[in-house]
Ligand binder design. Structure first.
Ligand SMILES: Cc1ncc(COP(=O)(O)O)c(C=O)c1O
Length: 394
C-alpha cells in the first residue's frame, strides 16, 4: 500500500462538523461517541492535493480566482478517462457544491407549488430543497427487494405525466442504498422524463466511488436525448475528500439549459475558490493512483463490515453497496422502534450513524441506519464492536 488509509488521523481540532467535540456534545449529548455519519472520509487527501494546496497557500495572496482553463480541462480529461464521456470545457458551470446546483435546477424547471420527483430513501437534504423552495414532493419510493433497491417505473410514469411536474432529481449512484443504476434502468428514466417534458437533474457526486467495477453508467452518455435533457452534477469533493473546499462542476451539454442555469446563477457572482481550484487540478490530473488504492481499501472495508455482521450481528441485514462508502444497515429484525434504535445507537453503542428516519418521509428509512465506512479499518472495527457489544448487553 502506498497511501496511509489504515492510519487514524485526529480531526478533533480541524473545524470538522463530524469530529468537533463541541458539536458532538451539542448534536448527540455525548462526548465519547464515534462519528460514523456525515459523508466525508477520515483519510488524508492525496499527497498531490496536499502539495498543491500547501504551495498555493505559501503564496500568501488569496484574492478572487476564476475558472481557469487548466481547472476546466482537468474535469474534461477526467470525464473522458474515467467515464468515456466527451465534454467541452464551456459545458461546465461552477457552483460551490452540488446542493446549490440542485436547488437552482428546481427553481428553473418548476413553478412555486410545482412537483419535484424524488426517489426515497435518499440523501435527506433533497426534501429540504423542495420544502424551502415552496415546491411539492412527488415521491417515488424505491422498492426494496431483499436489500437491493429498484425503481418503480409505473409510479415514475404516473408522477411524470402530471403537468405540474417539472423536474426529477436522480441520485446516481444512489445515496444511501448504494445502487449504481444499470443502463436499462437509466434508459427507462430517460424515456419517461423525456416523453413527459420533465428535466432530469442527475446527482453524480458519488460516481467515482464505484465498488463494483464497471457498474456506473454516466447518464448523459446514454443518448443525445439524455444529454439534452439533463443537468449533470459532479464534483471531486466526495471522491477526493474536498467537501470543505466548496468545488463542484455542473456539466450541462444543452446550450439552452446551460444558458438558463448560468443566468440563474449570475446574480451571485460566484467564482471557484483558490484552494478548490488547485485541489481539483491536482485531484483530477495527479491523484488517480490514490483513488484506485482508496477504492481497494473501501472494498475491503465493505467486505469487513459484511463479515463482521455475519459473525456478531446476523440480525442486522446489509448488502455490500455497488457504489459509495455508505452502508445502509437494516436493523428491523432487532425489534426496536425507530426512536429506541436511535437512542440505542447514541447512548448504548455510542456510535453516531445517520438515522435512517431522515432519509424517507413515509417511513422508508425506519429501522435503518446509514454508516460511513470511509475510515481506517481499526475505527470501523471499534464502532462495530461497540454496536455488537451493546446489542448483546441490552
Ligand atoms: C448524494 C449527495 N448529493 C449532494 C451532496 C452534497 O454535495 P455538496 O457538498 O457538493 O453540496 C452529498 C453529500 O453527502 C450527497 O451525498
Amino acid at each position: 500500500m502506498n497511501y496511509k488509509f489504515h492510519e487514524p488521523i485526529d480531526r478533533t481540532q480541524s473545524i470538522s462538523i463530524k469530529w468537533s467535540p463541541q458539536l458532538r456534545r451539542q448534536m448527540y449529548g455525548e462526548d465519547d461517541i464515534i462519528p460514523m455519519g456525515i459523508a466525508d472520509m477520515d483519510f488524508p487527501v492525496s499527497p498531490a492535493i496536499a502539495r498543491a494546496v500547501q504551495q498555493r497557500a505559501a503564496h500568501e495572496s488569496y484574492g478572487y480566482g476564476y475558472p481557469s482553463q487548466e481547472y476546466l480541462q482537468a474535469c474534461v480529461d477526467w470525464q473522458r478517462r474515467r467515464n468515456g464521456w466527451e465534454i467541452q470545457p464551456d459545458w461546465i458551470v461552477y457552483t460551490p457544491g452540488v446542493n446549490m446546483a440542485l436547488v437552482c435546477a428546481i427553481e428553473l424547471y418548476t413553478q412555486p407549488g410545482g412537483n419535484v420527483i424524488i426517489q426515497s430513501p435518499v440523501y435527506y437534504p433533497y426534501y429540504d430543497y423542495v420544502k424551502h423552495t415552496g415546491r411539492k414532493l412527488a415521491l417515488n419510493p424505491l422498492v426494496n427487494r431483499e436489500g437491493r433497491y429498484e425503481m418503480n417505473f409505473d409510479e415514475l410514469e404516473r408522477l411524470a405525466r402530471d403537468p405540474n411536474t417539472g423536474l426529477m432529481i436522480l441520485c446516481s449512484p444512489h445515496n444511501p442504498v448504494g445502487r449504481a443504476w444499470t443502463r436499462e434502468e437509466l434508459e427507462q428514466v430517460c424515456r419517461i422524463c423525456g416523453d413527459n417534458g420533465v428535466m432530469v437533474a442527475v446527482d453524480e457526486i458519488h460516481s467515482d466511488l464505484i465498488l463494483s467495477p464497471g457498474a456506473f453508467v454516466p447518464y448523459a452518455t446514454l443518448s443525445p436525448q439524455a444529454a439534452a435533457n439533463s443537468i449533470i452534477c459532479t464534483s471531486p469533493s466526495k471522491t477526493f475528500n474536498l467537501a470543505g473546499l466548496l468545488v463542484s462542476d455542473i456539466i450541462i451539454p444543452n446550450p439552452v439549459v446551460r444558458e438558463a442555469f448560468q443566468n440563474k446563477m449570475a446574480p451571485y457572482y460566484l467564482w471557484p475558490g483558490t484552494f478548490g481550484t488547485v485541489a481539483q487540478i491536482a485531484a483530477y490530473n495527479e491523484s488517480e493512483p490514490w483513488l484506485e488504492e482508496l477504492l481497494e481499501y473501501l472494498r475491503g472495508n465493505a467486505q469487513y463490515l459484511a463479515d463482521f455482521l455475519a459473525r456478531r450481528m446476523p440480525q442486522v441485514k446489509y448488502r455490500v453497496p455497488e457504489a459509495t462508502y455508505l452502508a445502509w444497515l437494516d436493523f428491523r429484525e432487532v425489534g426496536m422502534s425507530p426512536e429506541q434504535l436511535w437512542d440505542f445507537m447514541l447512548h448504548k453503542a455510542r456510535v453516531a450513524t445517520d438515522n435512517g428516519v431522515m432519509f424517507g418521509p413515509r417511513g422508508e428509512g425506519d429501522g435503518f441506519q446509514r454508516l460511513n465506512f470511509a475510515c481506517p479499518r481499526s475505527q470501523l472495527e471499534q464502532a462495530l464492536t461497540r454496536i455488537a457489544d451493546a446489542l448483546e448487553g441490552r
